[in-house]
Every structure is written in C-alpha cells, then in structure tokens.
Design a protein around this ligand. Structure first.
Ligand code: 6PG
Length: 227
C-alpha cells in the first residue's frame, strides 16, 4: 500500500527548520494532553541542527518530553561526530528535559551490544509520538543503507560497513521507525535532489521502507526539489 506522503517544499532551509520546529511543538502539546508525555525520536546528521537550535529557544513542557535517537555512530561518547553530541550541544543541554528521559544510544560499546541494549528501550517506548528522519544522497535514512540486509522483525540493527563513515553504527529498524503517530522527513540541499526523484519514481530506497499508518510529512527546501 502506497502510504500517504505529503510533500512540503519551502523556499529556504531556514523556513523548513521553522516549519518543522512548529510541527514538533504542536505534536508535543497534543501528545502531552492525550497521554501525559511526548516521545520524540531525533534525526541524526547535520540537517536537523537548525531545528534543534530553534527548539532550544522554545517554551515547552520539557518535563514531559522523552528523547530517543534514530541512529548513532559507533564513536566515543564525546566524539564531535556523534549525533548525541550535536543534539546535546545545540538543544538538550539548553532545555529542562530530565536526564533520565534522554535515551542516548550506547554506541561506544559497538554495534552489537548497543543494538541489544537499545532494543529494550525502544520496546518499552513504542509507539513513538513523532519520529524525525533525514535522508542521505543515496536514499538512506537513519543508518538503513541501500543493499544492507537486516532481520526486519528487529527493533534495532547493528550496522557494519556503512558507506557513510563511520563504518559501524546502530540504527532503529524500519519497523521501529514506522511505529509512530507522526513522521517527518527533513531534506535540504541540492545533493538530495536525485534521491528525491528516485523516491518519487517508486524506487525501493531505504526511505521508502518507512511505512507508518499515519501520513508521512516531508519538509524540503527548493534546492532539494527535482526539476
Ligand atoms: C547519520 C544520519 C543519517 C543522516 C543522513 C543525512 O547518522 O548519518 O542519521 O541518516 O540523516 O545521512 O545527513 P545530513 O543531514 O548531514 O545530510
């Protein structure tokens, strides 16, 4: 079944970040009023940094936010290339989300141990209220890469020989990432144009394996828009 995809193309990356920030804050209010908490999965990579900086200046009921990661690079805990290091620097260290409600992936222990440890955290969390994802130029998302085989029943995957350094990672699975009330992709820059075109033409890319029952919202800037 072709899940419902809503494409939102805005002029600039800043406008994309502003729109996504507002969506996250609205989703948080909705989730907190519905069940008393907001379970958010953060996207990795560099694109979401603008969104996280805007969130750090927002007013929200932070005590009810629970933070998870879509993937992490297997690097030391404080390594500058860790997704958790960027998110903490620009967002999590600036707001009053209790430390006990921020679930960092222990990727420093390597893919296998980190995946085993994190799968229980994900099992206890599901369903998520919102999942944020980026997309690579090859159509990967989180650390789900083209050509990689995984046990699709898993909630987390140990990832080896990633084509995007570092080679070793830990990732939520398509199954886990799809188990969410809302799902937003954030895609900016001309480098993503080709993958967007392939996605729209129905190519079996990792981004296309994320199939929530809820609609998928894709926020893009004009540079990433093909044609
Ligand atoms: C990672 C990310 C990855 C990222 C895309 C886009 O850890 O590398 O999870 O999936 O979202 O590669 O990266 P950019 O936002 O830097 O283009």
């Amino acid at each position: 079944m072709q899940e419902k995809i809503q494409w939102h193309t805005l002029d600039t990356a800043d406008q994309v970040a502003e729109a996504v920030c507002q969506r996250i804050l609205a989703a948080a209010e909705e989730a907190i009023s519905e069940h008393g908490s907001f379970k958010l999965v953060l996207a990795g990579g560099s694109t979401p940094e603008k969104v996280y900086r805007l969130l750090s200046k927002a007013d929200a009921d932070w005590g009810k936010w629970f933070i998870y990661y879509g993937d992490e690079r297997c690097l030391s805990e404080e390594h500058k290339d860790r997704n958790s290091v960027m998110a903490t620097r620009v967002f999590l260290a600036q707001v009053a989300i209790p430390e006990s409600q921020i679930f960092t992936m222990p990727a420093e222990f390597g893919p296998k141990l980190a995946a085993e440890f994190y799968q229980q955290i994900v099992a206890d969390a599901l369903p998520f209220d919102m999942v944020l994802l980026g997309m690579g130029e090859d159509g990967h998302t989180a650390s789900l890469f083209p050509g990689h085989q995984h046990n699709l029943d898993e909630l987390t995957h140990a990832v080896y020989n990633s084509p995007k350094p570092p080679a070793e990672r830990v990732s939520l699975s398509a199954k886990a990432l799809s188990n969410t009330q809302q799902l937003i992709f954030i895609i900016t820059g001309a480098g993503k144009k080709e993958a967007v075109l392939q996605w729209r033409s129905g190519q079996d890319l990792p981004v296309a394996t994320i199939k929530p029952t809820a609609p998928i919202d894709i926020y893009m800037d004009k540079d990433a828009e093909p044609g």
